[in-house]
Structures are given as structure tokens and as C-alpha cells.
Design a protein around this ligand. Structure first.
Ligand code: NAG
Ligand code: NAG
Ligand code: NAG
Ligand code: NAG
Ligand code: NAG
Ligand code: NAG
Ligand code: NAG
Ligand code: NAG
Ligand code: NAG
Length: 887
């Protein structure tokens, strides 16, 4: 009896197993495939024979037709799941599988040839994995593939000739591998090809196979940054009737661009930049009417309006031929194409003119033709292109006067016409409110510097040197925050506005014998005020001071009265979130936050109060007002993001409370106040080793925020007042990433609200919308300068105008060529070498050009190597019995 029972049970189970596997043989195939795959993120957890979910609904699986009993798997998309392990041939048992996408994973193996057994496979995507080895001859077995993507792997060796049998290919991507050798002449077989990408294979040593030119369906030909050399075969472009994107940039191509007999009517982007191409550019790239174009070209030279009906390149947006050796006339039909956005032809030997018809290039954004031989006037038409933001044409033969509208484009940001033969007066510039950089150096401009320059709110780089300008330097230019100002070698005269003497390096005024002012070789004749005048002004000063004092006393009194009448803020509307057990109520906090508890001056982004919790433990509370409209929920998640930061050199956020109009951020209390307090009016008084320790700690904290913490954070308000020091003078950064709490608009307007722009803000602040790491680096560099010079960044001496520490250092270094006298005299000479090295780092960090500044991680490395040295020097000092710390 028992045996019968057992047997029938066995039969029952077998039946069940049979049923299950019968119901979903495809599910079994998937499970076998999964078995050989490592899945660290458990993305394929749902792939399981125990769930009720139909396998057509499993992650990455698509069936056709839609899930039903008779459906079958057509596509498997397991992109970006950190998968590794082995790609099993089991997958080929899926009879209808057409798409297999395993891109962006960590598969580390040779090309899985066994996938050629997948009879229906059309699309195989293994891009961005760790596939290695050569492309074997057997690649020909993938004869039915239409899309093959092995881009961004580690394939090496030659491309085999047998690849020519993949005649169905529509996309072939082998970019960014280590392929080498010559390309076989089989690409003519890919008659269906739409995209060919062999870019970034720098080990290829090959000519561009001529038979690629036969691919009449090819739309994208991307061969940039590979080792292509030699000439492009004649007639190469003739057959490429569908070509839209051509990228042959950064190779070693030589010779001419072949004549283009037939048209490339669909061309959108043409890039042959950074090769060694030479000779004249073919006349018609987009149309076959070369001769007609030539005639048209002659017309341009005579200044007549072109007949744009001849232009067929109506889709062309980008034309990049820079850094080659092209000569003779620049294709002039380009200038008036309706869609053209970018023209780059710098560093060639093109000649030609910029025609009036440039006004028709209604979408033109960027023109760079520096270092050629254009001989042209600047046409009126240029000012009519309202999309133009960069026009750079230095080092050419441009001549004549600037038309008065030449800077009319409302988005114009960079204008460089230096090293030409332009003459006449510089027109008033008032329409290009976005202009950041203007260089007219080394021309023959005469007349005065236009006052209207001072009304360009973000002008930062102004170079008018080496012209024939006369008259005074307009007083108004002082209002600009210029990082570069150069008017040297003109014929300017008169008194130089004081901040323009003290700010820029002395060299920017030289070669103008008529200029005068204190600190210049000539002092002005009306410099010495008479005795009487001085007396009067002293009297006036005293009177004004007294009046001011009275006004302040009255205002304070009025405020106290108002305050005592004001009812307590409503407690009911407060909400708090504590990330640590604080045992404090909003009420306690608010009551404790009075004038007595306030620390420091009122900061740009709100005041700090030190509050003792009922437990006796102190905390620092920052009061933020005027924040943007953030929902309480998103506010909470933003503060939480900041509160999760854990680093020894960053202050902890313990919690926060907020009402509809203010936020209190509760920080851990740090005992020794801020670095800013220590620097104070009379300068900092800390030994060098402590200063270096502070610099290193701050750098580590910033590097952590920038690169190690997720999400990456920017501090955006680094200054010595935001660097707190604990009992051992270990630094802790505070006030970080408040843009996230306040909202971008409110943050920006609070930062900008100070009376003068903060010395810690980089020159690009104000015109760059996007905050960057490099901005933090700049602010950090300013703090480094404070540590090295012992000088407060915001300290200004009356006789030096508005000279912040960066400009002060630059100027001193320049005048004396000796940096030693910049170092804080309170520190003994034995640390001098290290201080000079830190000064060097600080100068890098405060470079005018953001991309010249190092990353904070680099700074940490440099400072670390110094502090190791200092430890050994300190040892030496104590060894010799001299234990005094250098002060
Ligand atoms: C997935 O890969 C990324 C990139 O290497 C890595 O940062 C991440 O930690 C990985 N995730 C898991 C869970 O392994
Ligand atoms: C379910 O899958 C596991 C492992 O993948 C296997 O051991 C088990 O036999 C399968 N069960 C059925 C009923 O197919
Ligand atoms: C798959 O999921 C869809 C919606 O998520 C559902 O409607 C469908 O019934 C599921 N199919 C199977 C076979 O489980
Ligand atoms: C392969 O996948 C990558 C990553 O998603 C994608 O960018 C690429 O276009 C795909 N290739 C093909 C041929 O579809
Ligand atoms: C290219 O196509 C031709 C004709 O279809 C064929 O004979 C030749 O073998 C192919 N080349 C390669 C390398 O497969
Ligand atoms: C170009 O060729 C030169 C030597 O002829 C070589 O040094 C250089 O690396 C090549 N450049 C590229 C991008 O292949
Ligand atoms: C500068 O102007 C003066 C007087 O107008 C003229 O004589 C001189 O040639 C000009 N110099 C240059 C370099 O244009
Ligand atoms: C200092 O001025 C000289 C000319 O007086 C100039 O050549 C040099 O580049 C300047 N140095 C710095 C660091 O600005
Ligand atoms: C976690 C961390 O990097 N802490 C650093 C904080 O700064 C001091 C120097 O003041 C370093 O010694 C710590 O390593």
C-alpha cells in the first residue's frame, strides 16, 4: 500500500514538473542563461520559476506578440545592470530572439562566437563591456546580423577580411577599441550600411578604404581619432549620396579634399579638423555645380549679393576644417547657409572675404577663423546675425572700420579681432549685454575708449593693447569686474582711475607715456591738494561722521522699541526634523536665539547663533531667511542629503526646523571659532604647521564633497569665515551646499547681495550660470593666500582702492619679481620654502581661466606631499634641541 502511494506521489510530482516545464520552456532557457551570469545588483531576481509572473514580464524580456500562451521572446535587453560572468549559448535556443542588448556591463571575455547559432538574431549590442581578443575570421558566421555594436571594448588585432560577408549590416560600431593594422577593402560589401563607426582606434594604421565611398545608403561615417593617414581617394564622396554626418577629425590625413562631383544634399555635419590636409578646398561640397560656384565666388569678391538658390547645402549645421593646411579661397557659400551654426577654420591658410550675405545665416552661433589670411572688411551683415555668440578672427588681414552694429547680437559673448589691420574708432557698444571677452589688440584703432564699455555688465576680459587710442581711460571702467584689462602701447593720457592702477598688473598700462597717477612713473599735476582743501575735507569728514553716528543711534533705538512691541512668532507653524536625538523644542531654540547668542557679523547667507541645549551641550544654529519656494517635503530631502555627509573636516548637520519664512539649520558646535575670526583685522597669528594642517583639512573636505560624496556637492561659499576650528585647530567646513536648501535663485541673489562682490568669488561668477568645481577651487585658493600672506582677503587699504588679496598678490609678484616679501612676516624664515610652494598652489587655484585651475583632489595630493616634508623638518628642529614653533 505504502509503495503504491509513494509511486503515485512520484508520478504526481513528475507530472507537475513536466507541466511546469512544458508550460514555459522559454523560461527554462532564460534560467539557464541566468545561471552563468553574475548579477551583483540582483536585477534578475524576478527571473524565477517560483513566481507567478509570466516570463514575458520578466526584467528585460519582450515577447511578440504581447504575452499570451503562444508568445515567444523576441528581445532581451539587459543593459547597464553591472552583469558579468559568461554569455551562455543557451540563449540561442530561443527561436524568435532578434535583439540581444548586453551593453554597459562588465562581461570580460572574447567575442561570444557561439551567439552566431542564434538563428533569428539581427541586433547584437555588446558595447561598453570588457570584451577582449581579436575579431576572428569566424565573425562571418554572423551573416544575418543587421546591427553589430562592439564599441568601447578592448578588441585588438586587425579587422579580418571575412567581416565583408556580413552583407546585411546596417550599423557597424567598433569605436574605442585597440584595433590595429590596415582596414581590409571589403566595406563595399556593406550595401545596406547606415552607420559606420571606427573612431578612437588610435592603433589603426590605414588609409581610408576607398570602397566606403560606394555605400550609397551610408548616413554616418565616423572615423575620428583613429590612425588614418594618406590621401582620401578621388571621387570618394561621389557615391555617398545619403551622407549626413562625416567625422574624419584627428587623424593624419594628407592631400586635398577630393572634388565633390555629385551632391551631398543631406550633409549636416562636416568635420575634417586636425589633420594635415592641404590645398584649396573643393568649390562645391553640397552641389555639383562647381563651375557655377566658382563664378559666384568671383561675384563675392566684387561684393555683390549671392544668389542663394544655387546653394543646396541647406541642411549643413557644422563645418569644421580647423588645424589643417588648407590654402586659397574659403568656400564663400558657407557664410549664408540657412542652418549653419558652427564654422571653424582656424589655423589654416585660407584667404577670402566675409560677405555681406552672412546676414542670411540666421542660426549661426560660432565662427572661428583665427590665424588665416582673410582679407576683408567686417560686413554690416555680421551684426544682423542675432544668434552669434562667438566670433574669433584674430591673426588675419581684416581691415577697414568696424561697423557700428558689429556687436549687436544679443547673445554675443566672445569677440576676438586682435592682430588685424582694423582702423577707425571703436564704436559704442551697448547692445551686446552678454559680452564677456573683447579683444581688439594689435590693430590700428584710433580715437577714445568708448565709455559704453562700462555698461556691459559681464565684461571680464578687455584687451585694447597695441592700438593708436588716445584720450583718457574712462572712469566708469572701474565698475567692471575685469580679470584682464590691457591698454598698453596706445597713446592714452590723463589720470588713470585708481582701481585700474592697483588691480591689473603694471604691464597693462605701460607704453602710454601720457598716463598719470600715483604708483605710475608720472604723477598727475593736480595730485597734491592744497592745504586749505585738505582742511575743508577733514572738517566735512568729521561732520559726516557725527551725523552718521546720530543716525545709527536713532535707528538702533527705534529697532529696540519695535522689537519689544513685536509679538512672539507663532510657534504652531514650525516643523522640525532632527537627525540626532536633540531633546529640544523649536520654542527653546527660538527663545535662545537672541542678540547675545549671535556670533560674527551678519553673514551673506544668514546669521549664526550659539545655543545651549537643555542638556547643556552647545549647538550652532544658522538662521536662513528669504529662501525659495520649496515644499516642506523637498526641503526635508535636501537637508537630509547634506546631513548624510560624514567627514571629519565637514561640520555635521544635526537637524533643522522651518516655518514659512525661515529655516534654522542646526550644526554641531565647533569650539575655536572660525579661521576668519582668527585672521581678523590685524592678521592671523598661527604657526605655519597649523596653517598647513588647516589648508589640508579643508582641501580634503572639499575634495570629498566634489568627488566622493554622492550626490556630488559643490560648496559654493568657501571663505575663511566658513572654516571652523576645533580645539586642536583641525578645520571643519560649514555652510556647504546651501544652494540646495535655499533654491538656486534665492541662493544666487543672497550671494550677490553684498555691497561689493566678495573677494572669494571667481571672476567668472556673474556670467556663468552653472556653478562648477573650479569656482570652489578659486575660493579655496583665496583662503590659501590668506594663510600664506596672513592678510584678510576682504581687507582693503584706502590707498590701494578695491584690491582683493588675489590682485594684491599678483601685482606684488609682478612689480618685484620676488615672492618672498609677500609671505607673512610673522612666520620665521625656516618655513619659507614651503610657504612659497603653497603660494604657487594658491596661484594655480586662483587662475583667471577656470580650466587652468587644479581639481581639489590634485590640491590635496600636492599639500600632502608638503605636509610630509614639514613633519620631517619639525623632527629636525626638535633633534637639534630647538623646540620653538616658528611663528
Ligand atoms: C555598478 O557599477 C558601477 C560602475 O562601476 C559602480 O559604481 C556600482 O557600485 C556598481 N553597483 C553595484 C551594486 O555593484
Ligand atoms: C527551478 O529552478 C531551480 C534552479 O534554477 C531548479 O533547481 C528547479 O528544479 C526548478 N524548478 C522547477 C519546478 O522547474
Ligand atoms: C504582464 O504584465 C501586464 C501589465 O503589467 C499584465 O497586464 C499582464 O497580465 C501580465 N502578463 C502575464 C502573462 O503575466
Ligand atoms: C548599443 O547600446 C548602446 C548603449 O545603450 C547604445 O548607445 C547604442 O546605440 C546601441 N547600439 C546599437 C547598434 O543599437
Ligand atoms: C563581398 O561580396 C562578394 C559578392 O557578393 C563576395 O563574392 C565576397 O566574398 C564578399 N567579400 C567577403 C570578404 O566576404
Ligand atoms: C601622425 O603621424 C605622426 C608621424 O607621422 C605620429 O607621430 C602621430 O602620432 C600621428 N598622429 C595620429 C593622430 O595618429
Ligand atoms: C597713430 O596716429 C597718428 C596720428 O593720427 C599717426 O600719425 C600714426 O601713423 C598712427 N599710428 C598707427 C600705428 O596707426
Ligand atoms: C609682469 O610684468 C611683466 C612686464 O612688466 C610681464 O612680462 C609679466 O608677464 C608679468 N608677470 C605676471 C606674473 O603677470
Ligand atoms: C577624514 C579626513 O580626511 N580628515 C582629515 C581632516 O583634516 C586633518 C588635517 O587637519 C587630517 O589629518 C584628517 O585626515
Amino acid at each position: 500500500m505504502a509503495t503504491v502511494c509513494k509511486v503515485s506521489l512520484f508520478i504526481f510530482f513528475s507530472f507537475c514538473v513536466y507541466l511546469l516545464s512544458y508550460a514555459s520552456p522559454e523560461a527554462d532557457i532564460l534560467l539557464t542563461f541566468k545561471n552563468s551570469i553574475e548579477d551583483p545588483m540582483n536585477s534578475l531576481m524576478g527571473w524565477s520559476n517560483t513566481t507567478a509572473v509570466h516570463h514575458c514580464n520578466w526584467t528585460g524580456v519582450t515577447c511578440t506578440p504581447q504575452p499570451s500562451s503562444s508568445s515567444s521572446i523576441s528581445s532581451l535587453n539587459l543593459q547597464s545592470l553591472n552583469l558579468s560572468g559568461e554569455i551562455s549559448a543557451a540563449i540561442c535556443e530561443l527561436p524568435s530572439l532578434t535583439h540581444l542588448n548586453l551593453a554597459d556591463n562588465f562581461f570580460n571575455q572574447p567575442i561570444p562566437l557561439h551567439l552566431s547559432q542564434c538563428g533569428s538574431l539581427e541586433n547584437l549590442n555588446l558595447s561598453n563591456n570588457l570584451i577582449w581578443g581579436t575579431i576572428p575570421d569566424q565573425i562571418s558566421q554572423f551573416g544575418s546580423l543587421k546591427f553589430l555594436d562592439f564599441g568601447r571594448n578592448h578588441l585588438d588585432g586587425n579587422i579580418p577580411e571575412s567581416i565583408g560577408s556580413l552583407k546585411e549590416l546596417q550599423v557597424l560600431n567598433l569605436c574605442s577599441n585597440l584595433l590595429s593594422g590596415k582596414i581590409p577593402q571589403v566595406f563595399g560589401n556593406f550595401t545596406q550600411l547606415l552607420t559606420l563607426d571606427l573612431s578612437q582606434n588610435s592603433l589603426l594604421v590605414s588609409e581610408i578604404p576607398g570602397d566606403i565611398g560606394k555605400l550609397s545608403k551610408l548616413e554616418k561615417l565616423i572615423l575620428g581619432s583613429s590612425g588614418f593617414h594618406g590621401e582620401i581617394v578621388p571621387n570618394f564622396f561621389e557615391g555617398l549620396k545619403s551622407l549626413a554626418i562625416l567625422d574624419l577629425s584627428q587623424n593624419n590625413l594628407t592631400g586635398k579634399i577630393p572634388e565633390i562631383g555629385l551632391s551631398l544634399p543631406n550633409l549636416v555635419s562636416f568635420d575634417v579638423s586636425q589633420n594635415r590636409l592641404s590645398g584649396p578646398f573643393p568649390v562645391g561640397v553640397c552641389n555639383g555645380k562647381g563651375l557655377q560656384n566658382l563664378a559666384l565666388h568671383e561675384n563675392f569678391l566684387n561684393g555683390s549679393i549671392p544668389n542663394d538658390s544655387i546653394n543646396e547645402c541647406i541642411k549643413l549645421e557644422r563645418f569644421q576644417v580647423q588645424n589643417n593646411r588648407f590654402t586659397e579661397n574659403f568656400p564663400s557659400w558657407l557664410w549664408s547657409l540657412p542652418k549653419i551654426k558652427i564654422i571653424r577654420a582656424e589655423n589654416n591658410r585660407f584667404s577670402g572675404v566675409i560677405p555681406e550675405s552672412i546676414s542670411k545665416a540666421a542660426e549661426l552661433e560660432q565662427v572661428e577663423i583665427d590665424n588665416n589670411s582673410f582679407t576683408s572688411k567686417i560686413p554690416d551683415g555680421l551684426g544682423m546675425v542675432t544668434t552669434l555668440y562667438k566670433f574669433s578672427a584674430s591673426l588675419n588681414g581684416l581691415y577697414g572700420e568696424l561697423p557700428s552694429n558689429f556687436c549687436d547680437s544679443p547673445v554675443m559673448s566672445i569677440l576676438n579681432l586682435s592682430h588685424n589691420y582694423l582702423s577707425g574708432e571703436i564704436p559704442e557698444l551697448s547692445n551686446c549685454k552678454k559680452l564677456v571677452s573683447l579683444s581688439l589688440a594689435h590693430n590700428s584703432f584710433a580715437g577714445e575708449i568708448p565709455k559704453s564699455l562700462a555698461q556691459l555688465p559681464v565684461l571680464t576680459y578687455l584687451d585694447l593693447s597695441l592700438n593708436n587710442l588716445t584720450g583718457p581711460i574712462p572712469e566708469e571702467l572701474q565698475n567692471l569686474k575685469l580679470a584682464l584689462f590691457n591698454v598698453s602701447f596706445n597713446r592714452l593720457s590723463g589720470r588713470v582711475p585708481s582701481s585700474l592702477i592697483s588691480g591689473p598688473p603694471a604691464s597693462s598700462l605701460q607704453g602710454n607715456p601720457g598716463l598719470c597717477g600715483s604708483g605710475l612713473p608720472n604723477s598727475c599735476s593736480d595730485d597734491r591738494p592744497t592745504h586749505k582743501n585738505a582742511k575743508i575735507s577733514r572738517l566735512a569728514y568729521t561732520l559726516i561722521s557725527i551725523a552718521l553716528a546720530i543716525a545709527i543711534i536713532m535707528a538702533v533705538g527705534f529697532y529696540m522699541i519695535r522689537r519689544s512691541q513685536k509679538p512672539n512668532p507663532q510657534m504652531g507653524s514650525w516643523r522640525s526634523v532632527f537627525f540626532y536625538p536633540l531633546r529640544v523644542t523649536e520654542n527653546d531654540l527660538i527663545m535662545a536665539m537672541d542678540e547675545k547668542a549671535a556670533r560674527g557679523n551678519s553673514e551673506t547667507l544668514g546669521r549664526i547663533y550659539v545655543v545651549n541645549l537643555p542638556s547643556g551641550e552647545p549647538v550652532a544654529v544658522k538662521k536662513l531667511v528669504n529662501f525659495g519656494k520649496q515644499s516642506s517635503k523637498s526641503l526635508k530631502s535636501e537637508v537630509k542629503t547634506l546631513a548624510k555627509v560624514r567627514h571629519k573636516n565637514i561640520t555635521k548637520i544635526l537637524g533643522f526646523c522651518h516655518s514659512s519664512d525661515s529655516i534654522f539649520l542646526i550644526y554641531e558646535y565647533v569650539a575655536n571659532g572660525s579661521l576668519g575670526d582668527l585672521i581678523g583685522k590685524s592678521g592671523i597669528n598661527l604657526p605655519w604647521s597649523v596653517r598647513l594642517q588647516i589648508a589640508l583639512g579643508v582641501a580634503q573636505g572639499l575634495a570629498y564633497l566634489h568627488r566622493d560624496y554622492l550626490p556630488h556637492l559643490l560648496h559654493r561659499n568657501i571663505k575663511s569665515h566658513n572654516i571652523l576650528l576645533d580645539a586642536d585647530f583641525e578645520p571643519k567646513i560649514t555652510d556647504f551646499a546651501l544652494d540646495r536648501v535655499l533654491g538656486e535663485t534665492a541662493f544666487q541673489s543672497s550671494l550677490a547681495s553684498g555691497s561689493s562682490p566678495s573677494s572669494y568669488l571667481p571672476p567668472e561668477f556673474g556670467y556663468t550660470k552653472k556653478a562648477t568645481e573650479q569656482m570652489d577651487t578659486y575660493s579655496f585658493g583665496v583662503v590659501l593666500l590668506e594663510l600664506v600672506t596672513g592678510r584678510n582677503a576682504e581687507q582693503t587699504e584706502p590707498w590701494e582702492g578695491s584690491l582683493d588679496v588675489v590682485k594684491w598678490v599678483r601685482r606684488k609678484i609682478n612689480i618685484t619679481n620676488g615672492a618672498v616679501q609677500l609671505l607673512d612676516p610673522k612666520i620665521s624664515g625656516s618655513s619659507q620654502q614651503q610657504m612659497l610652494e603653497v603660494l604657487e598652489i594658491a596661484l594655480h587655484c586662483t587662475a583667471v581661466m577656470p580650466d587652468k585651475r587644479p581639481s581639489m583632489a590634485d590640491v590635496v595630493r600636492e599639500l600632502q606631499s608638503l605636509s610630509i616634508k614639514i613633519e620631517s623638518t619639525n623632527l629636525e628642529i626638535s633633534d637639534s634641541g630647538n623646540t620653538s614653533v616658528p611663528l
